[in-house]
Every structure is written in C-alpha cells, then in structure tokens.
Design a protein around this ligand. Structure first.
Ligand code: AYL
Length: 536
C-alpha cells in the first residue's frame, strides 16, 4: 500500500537542548544581577511590583516554611487561587521544596475541590480569602487541618503568606531526579471520563519552555497580560514559566472583565496579550475597544480552543498587531503546536508546525491506519498522536486511562482530528473525544451525565458540546424523562445543574429525547447526537 512509509512527521525545527534541571534551577538558578530589579510580577489593578530578586526570596521562604511544616519530596500541595502576584511565589516555592503542585480551578465548588484534594492526596491547601468558604468546606471534608490551609491574603485562624515568609526558614536542600520527579498535577478529563491527575515531571515543564521559547519571541522588555489562569496548564507554562524564564514581566488579572482588561493593557503598556478565543470576539467587535490606547501591544496569542481565521485577522487589523495560535493539551505540558511569532505567512486557523523535539502522526480512527504525509497539498484527516519530552508520565493512580491514552511507542493519542500540509503545518479540524470546552475551560460530559442521572425525574442523559449563535462551544444535555415526569422542562434541567456545578460547567441547552443512542457495549454514541445537531 501507498503511505505505509514516512507517515509520521517530525518537527521542522532543529532539536533544542533540554537541561537536566529542576524547574527552580532552570528558571532561577542563575538570576543575572542585572535582572534582579526587573519586574517579575505586576498586580494589574494596583500596579504593585514584585521584582525578580523579591520573587526568588519569596520562593525560598515558601519552600522553607513548607519544609519546616514537614513537607517531604514528592508530597502534594494544592494551590487554589486566581491570578495574583503571590501565585508565582507559592507555586515555585512548592516545587523548590520538592513538593508537587496540584492547581485547582478557582471556579470550583467545594465538592470539586474536595475530589481533587482526595485524589491527589494533598497535604496542604493554599487559597485566597474570597475563595475560603468553599476551600474550608473542602478541607474539612477531606481532613486537612486548619493550620494546613494557608490563606495568601490572611484570614482568622489560618496562616497567611506573610506569616510563612516572616518565619524566615531557609529553602531546604532537596535532591531529586528532574527526569522522573513529579512537579505538577493539573487535572484533565483527557479523552474520556472524569478529571484525572496529569503527572508532569520537572523535565516535562522545563522541556516545554525550551521547545516553545525560540518560537514565541518573548523578550525581557515584554509585559505579558496574565488573565489566563495560572492554575490551568496554558497559563502555567506559557505565562508563568516562559515569561519568568525570559525575565519578562507578568501583569496579573484575577478574572476577565472587558473594561478592566482594556484599562490594564493600556495603563500597564502590555506588549504581549494571551487569550482564549472568546476574548478575541470582544477585541474584534466590541465598541469599547476604540476608547483605549492599545498601541503597546505587538502580539496576541490565542490557544485552548479553535480560533476562527476571520476573527483572528480582525483582531490583528484592529489592534495593528500579530495574532498567533497555539494548540496543546494538559497531557503535553501543554504545547505541541504553535504558529511562530516570526511567520506571517501561516494561516491563522492552523495551529502551526510541530514544536521542536516532537514527532506526530495522524491515524484514521475508523481503520487504525496511519494517514500518508502529503507530498503536496493537505493530508487526509486523522487523530493526532504526539510524542516528545513534554508528554506526561501518565494519569495518577489510573493505569487503565494511561494505557488508553499513551501507547507503548510513547505517542499520546490526543482525541483531536487534524490534517497536516506538505510544510508540516497542522490544522485541527474536529474533536473525537467527549471533552467539551466552554470558554477554553474543560467541561467533562461524564460528570454532567452522572449528575443528571441523580435527578429523580431523569431516566437517562447524554451531554455533548454544540455551537451557540456566536460559534462558541456550549454544553447541551439530551435528556430522557422518567415516565410521568410532567413538570420536567428545559428550565428545570438547566436550574438543577446550575445549582450544583461551577459556572463554566452549566448545561446551556436541553433537548428531550426518547432514547440515548448507545453501542452494544453501552457506550453513548456521541457521534450520532452530533450528527443530529449538524443536520439542523
Ligand atoms: P486542555 N484549536 C482547537 N482545539 C484546541 C486548541 C486549538 N488551538 N487548543 C486546545 N484545544 C482543545 O488540556 C483540544 O481539543 O489544554 C485539546 O485536546 O485544557 C484540548 O483543548 C486540551 O485542553 C498553547 C496554549 C495549548 C494553550 C494550549 C491549550 C492547553 C489546553 C497551546 O499555546
């Protein structure tokens, strides 16, 4: 057969060297004295600056305080906070002490938090006072004592970050192998089921910064707008780690609000703005944008969900800046593809070439055959499989899910359908896995389906992502009502879910059906539900 050879494709870029260092040694092992007074973090709202020297002092202090409280190498610490400057000190302090940071979505309910604390075996929980009610509730459920719940900005009965730092413990001497030692445990539902702990090593995180760095064009004079959450892998690697590696400044915003966003970008003279696609809609279309001086911005970078080409172009034209797109997955630390900053010729609806040190293939999900790499033009579509030094070690305590996702040759099966052109530029064309993305956040349908089934008037349910009028993905529930359930309507189903989940996981569309389509093995046939949507 044709196409049996030369089916996998390597990054078009030369391999980069990945130093065998811990994340701390890689980022902060040598801070040039000339960089010590540069701003590392700027609080967007107040303008308060944390310099590199101050940051490193705080990281050491947090590491020392955790070690003094008995944290051992490999133990897990949860970090539950929106983007505030102190996030960086705590995150890197945990890693500096040899701890593993499990970052928790700031939107989560107490139940979501408790699940992650239990699954990850977290010993400490860092949070902020506005999130304390749900954090406290979760900590109590899993038995984390009050003195181990540290509230960054302080709260009665809890240690604060200032308390930890004034104890003045030096950073502990720890030794571990960066290639195997876990650094972080973000949660992702992957291709199927509930959220799982994604085991990323120090090497995974160091590698991904080295792999993307030559393509991002981040310099020490850049001021990056950090509204994308550091608790999610996009913010963690592309903002927190890549920016600090380059001695750039991170301008933090705890949550998105258009007016605040525009004011901060303009007042702080941000140069590089990182967004998910819904923000691009506002930047391209909202009249308010004209009221602000955004001339400092040279680049907008979008990732986490598909960017529409026209929309990307409209942002570039309106702001007079570059627009680029990246693609990846928590399980890849996360970036595998990005349009390089210095390439204006690559279509904006593509995700660019494969980054350095990676190899990919496309596999036809129907036949399991590898799709031939095109001599010219564009390949047939196939599931994107990726291998490289940024691929996770596996899912925590879940060998079955790990084996389903990571094959014996080291390829991660992304669950996304892509094509590749003769130059190696990849375009994501579809998603075959269950996962729904709402504003770039993960929504695992399995979680919503299980919740819907707890409703006494619901006999069966299936959830998929559908596009709303703006072309944004939203969760839709297909519901089979119990016989005689007369007052169960769309509003009732939406309200039932909304009362029990964090806002990004709300069901936003409901359709009543007679039977959920299932395979002989009982698997929901999401393809059939999606095909029904497409026919409307
Ligand atoms: P997770 N286009 C289409 N789908 C995308 C894109 C994109 N550009 N980026 C992410 N996805 C979807 O773990 C895709 O289905 O990581 C993928 O499997 O929350 C899933 O989101 C992974 O969701 C960057 C900046 C990557 C961000 C990221 C995304 C991290 C999101 C590279 O430069």
């Amino acid at each position: 057969f044709e196409g049996e050879t030369h089916v996998s494709f390597k990054s078009p870029f030369p391999d980069v060297e990945i130093p065998n260092l811990s994340v701390y040694d890689f980022l902060f092992g040598r801070v040039d004295p000339a960089d010590a007074d540069r701003p590392a973090l700027v609080d967007g709202a107040s303008g308060a600056v944390t310099t590199y020297q101050t940051l490193v002092g705080q990281i050491d202090g947090v590491a020392g305080a955790l070690a003094a409280r008995g944290l051992a190498v490999g133990e897990v610490v949860a970090l539950h906070s929106p983007n505030v400057p102190a996030f960086a000190a705590v995150f890197h302090g945990i890693l500096r002490a040899g701890g593993v940071a499990t970052t928790i979505n700031a939107l989560y309910t107490a139940e979501d938090i408790a699940k992650q604390l239990t699954d990850s075996h977290a010993k400490f929980l860092f949070t902020v006072s506005p999130l304390l009610p749900q954090a406290k509730d979760a900590a109590a459920r899993v038995g984390i004592p009050t003195e181990n719940v540290i509230v960054l900005d302080g709260a009665d009965g809890h240690p604060s970050l200032t308390d930890l730092l004034t104890e003045g413990h030096p950073a502990p001497e720890v030794s571990f192998d960066p290639a195997t030692q876990l650094a972080v445990l973000p949660y992702s539902s992957g291709t199927t089921g509930r959220p799982k702990g994604v085991m990323l090593t120090h090497r995974n995180l160091v590698a991904n910064v080295c792999q993307i760095n030559p393509r991002m064009g981040i310099g020490a004079d850049d001021r990056l707008l950090a509204v994308l959450p550091f608790f999610h892998i996009y913010g963690m690697t592309v903002l927190l780690n890549a920016a600090l590696y380059n001695r750039a400044a991170l301008v933090t915003m705890p949550k998105f609000d258009l007016v605040e966003f525009l004011s901060i970008v303009s007042a702080q003279r941000c140069t590089y703005v990182f967004i998910a696609p819904p923000v691009a809609v506002a930047l391209a279309k909202h009249p308010l944008v004209d009221d602000y001086d955004l001339s400092s911005v040279h680049s907008v970078f979008s990732g986490a969900a598909p960017l529409d080409q026209e929309l990307g172009r409209a942002v570039a034209n309106r702001l007079g800046c570059r627009v680029r797109q990246g693609y990846g997955m928590s399980e890849m630390s996360p970036v595998s593809h990005a349009i390089p900053f210095d390439r204006d010729d690559i279509a904006l609806d593509s995700v660019g070439p494969t980054i350095a040190n990676m190899e990919c293939k496309l596999v036809d999900p129907a036949t399991g055959q590898e799709v031939a790499y095109p001599a010219e033009g564009v390949s047939a579509p196939g599931e994107l499989w990726c291998a490289g030094p940024n691929i996770m070690a596996g899912y925590l305590g879940n060998e079955a899910a790990t084996a389903e996702t990571l094959d014996a040759d080291g390829f991660l099966h992304t669950g996304d359908i892509a094509t590749v052109d003769a130059e190696g530029v990849v375009t994501i064309v579809d998603r075959m896995k269950e996962l729904i993305k709402y504003k770039g956040y993960q929504v695992p349908p399995a979680e919503l389906e299980a919740l819907l089934l707890t409703h006494p008037q619901i006999a069966d349910a299936a959830v998929i992502g559908v596009l709303d009028d703006e072309g944004e993905e939203v969760p839709k529930a297909f519901v089979v009502a119990q016989p005689g359930a007369e007052d169960l309507d769309e509003a009732a189903v939406i309200a039932f879910v909304a009362e029990r989940v964090s806002p990004h996981k709300k069901v936003r569309r409901v359709e009543f059906i007679d039977l959920v389509p299932k395979s002989a093995a009982g698997k929901i046939l999401r393809k059939d539900l999606r095909a029904g949507e497409a026919r409307r």
